[in-house]
Write a protein that binds this ligand. Structure first.
Ligand code: PEP
Ligand code: MG
Length: 567
């Protein structure tokens, strides 16, 4: 059995089709006529853009608008003036089109692949994909065609590039195995959108697996079995059936309210990263948006997005959610979220450095652009403003006073907004948890960010495998913190939600019900499952379990008790 990253849930059983990328090697030859060489490049570029546009149209039908947009980035790179000029000047300097394209794209590839942030490293894959596409056109080679695979195929590739994924015929593809890519890679996003089980980053998969091999892809656990035994095959067929039955059963929760077994209503909303994700949230039956990570607007840009650009993005979400609540978090820059053009100074410990609300309050003019855009969008929906990484009361006071300044300026401009817009905060630091009583006096709501809260509470980096045993929501220290935050918020009558990954943890949900959590914000595909688990618990049952859990002294004991009680 091979292990990889569990990128898209479900079980795929089928026959391997090992796809090898086209050979785009070439021998550089100095062109006789640079003008003609430039025309060759232009022709390849035109063909590439036309092919990509056609792929985008096909993808809109197969995977939806949102995922199709990923391919838009290819066209942006291909048409980027900087790259264009570099290619043309290299041809003028005596290179053939192949070499000029190769060198220009390699520079960008190296730049993106060396960045700390995974999202930017993903851009490197896009750049390589565009380079291969252009070179294939110049050399007259065919790129991998995944559109005509036999039924029940398991695609095995080194790297599943967005352009390959665009061509996948989801009816015939039972699973995907790659040698590269993480859970947030484009390949993973598209695999999830297509609902094809996928395991990524399986070392040397294209060497271990041969076309024609029988393969099982367990996208939930991240396991790949090659030439499985009869017993394994039977066991996985049973698992696949149970998974499909369960998925179908979840549909009965669509369109229903989110209520506990004894009738307490909860708000079940989605986390999104860009305006288009709001479509997926609505399709998965989210009751609103509990976290819109606005930094993605900044990461995808080459310079700070203007007030109008930001307004357009926030307004799009507001219109899509049709009056349902939307919490938009202001820029959470720094730490694991790097934005190169903002030129933040290198720090020894960026996770504890000049980031998020700290950076924003120190750049009030820049921050006010975002706050103003949010206020303008609040005229079109139930938008709430959320502050990231708060550790001190003054930060909330200062941010609120900037919001008031922005309101006055909008009044002067005669622009409408929601005068009662709510301003709340993420509770994702131990400091915020300890002063939750004070923060609740100046906030309209709390949303607990367990992803960071666990890390800062346990002093365990969320991305460091070696301390993963400490990075657990079941740690008694974390549970005590959650209890405190929720109870302090509830005492003062403000809404307390959770937008960290733990909100969708099936084991933890009864504990959160017992603590009195009011809102659960989860990834869109987790909506129906979370609604079902909430519906299975009464407050009384959840209280009995939680009382016991709070007496336990280790994360392992807590997890075991929750597992034993799971329904
Ligand atoms: C969190 O920290 O729990 C959170 C939701 O924010 P992010 O994952 O964006 O840091
Ligand atoms: Mg966070």
């Amino acid at each position: 059995m091979f292990k990889g990253v569990n990128a898209s849930d479900g079980f795929g059983i089928g026959v391997a089709q090992v796809a090898v990328a086209p050979d785009v090697s070439f021998t550089p030859v100095a062109p006789e006529d640079p003008e003609k060489e430039k025309q060759r490049y232009e022709a390849a570029l035109e063909k590439f853009v036309a092919q990509t546009n056609a792929q985008i149209e096909r993808m809109k039908v197969s995977v939806g608008e949102e995922a199709a947009l990923i391919m838009g980035a290819h066209i942006e790179f291909a048409e980027d003036e900087g790259i264009h000029d570099t290619v043309n000047s290299s041809i003028d300097a005596g290179m053939c089109a192949e070499q000029a394209v190769s060198e220009a794209y390699n520079t960008y590839y190296t730049m993106f692949s060396q960045m700390d942030d995974e999202l930017f490293r993903e851009r490197a894959t896009d750049v390589a994909d565009v380079k291969t596409g252009l070179l294939a056109d110049l050399l007259g080679k065919e790129v991998v065609d995944l559109s005509t695979l036999p039924e029940n195929s398991i695609i095995v590739v080194k790297e599943l590039t967005p352009s390959m994924t665009a061509d996948i015929d989801k009816e015939n593809v039972a699973g995907i195995v790659t040698e590269t890519g993480g859970r947030t890679s484009h390949s993973a996003i598209i695999a999830r959108a297509l609902e094809i089980p996928a395991v990524l980053s399986v070392e040397d998969a294209t060497e271990h697996i041969k076309t024609g091999d029988m393969v099982i892809v367990d996208g939930s656990a991240g396991d790949v079995l090659v030439q499985p035994s009869k017993e394994d095959l039977e066991a996985y067929r049973a698992k696949a059936k149970a998974y499909a039955d369960d998925k179908a059963a979840l549909e009965t929760y669509r369109g229903k309210k989110t209520i506990t077994a004894d009738g307490e209503t909860k708000l079940l909303v989605a986390n999104i990263g860009n305006p288009d994700d709001a479509n997926a949230a609505a399709e998965h039956d989210a009751e609103g948006i509990g976290l819109f990570r606005s930094e993605f607007l900044f990461m995808d840009a080459k310079e700070l997005p203007s007030e109008d650009e930001q307004f357009a993005a926030y307004q799009k979400v507001a219109l899509r959610m049709k009056g349902r609540p939307i919490i938009i978090r202001t820029l959470d820059v720094g730490g694991d979220k790097e934005i190169p053009y903002m030129n933040l100074q290198k720090e020894d410990n960026p996770f504890m450095g000049f980031r998020a609300i700290r950076y924003c309050l120190n750049n009030p003019d820049q921050y006010k652009v975002q706050l103003t855009a949010l206020l303008r969008a609040s005229a079109f929906g139930d938008i709430k403003i959320m502050l990231p990484l708060v550790t001190a009361l003054d930060e909330v006071r200062k941010a609120r006073s900037l919001v008031e300044e922005c309101k006055k300026e909008l009044d002067e401009r005669g622009v409408s907004y929601d005068p009662d817009i709510e301003v709340g905060t993420m509770i994702e630091t131990p400091a915020a948890s300890l002063i939750a009583d004070n923060l609740a006096e100046v906030c309209d709501f709390f949303s607990i960010g367990t992803n960071d809260l666990i890390g800062y509470t346990m002093c365990a980096d969320r991305g460091n495998d070696r301390v993963a045993y400490l990075y657990e929501v079941y740690q008694p220290a974390v549970l005590r913190s959650l209890k405190r935050i929720i109870s302090e918020g509830n005492k003062r009558g403000i809404m307390v939600g959770m937008c960290g990954e733990a909100a969708a943890d099936p084991l933890l949900i009864p504990v959160l019900i017992s603590f009195g959590l009011g809102e659960f914000s989860v990834s869109a595909p987790s909506i129906l499952r979370t609604r079902r688990i909430i519906s299975q618990w009464t407050k009384e049952e959840a209280d009995v379990l939680t009382e016991k859990v709070l007496t336990l002294k280790t994360a392992a004991e807590v997890k075991a008790a929750l597992q034993a009680a799971a329904k």
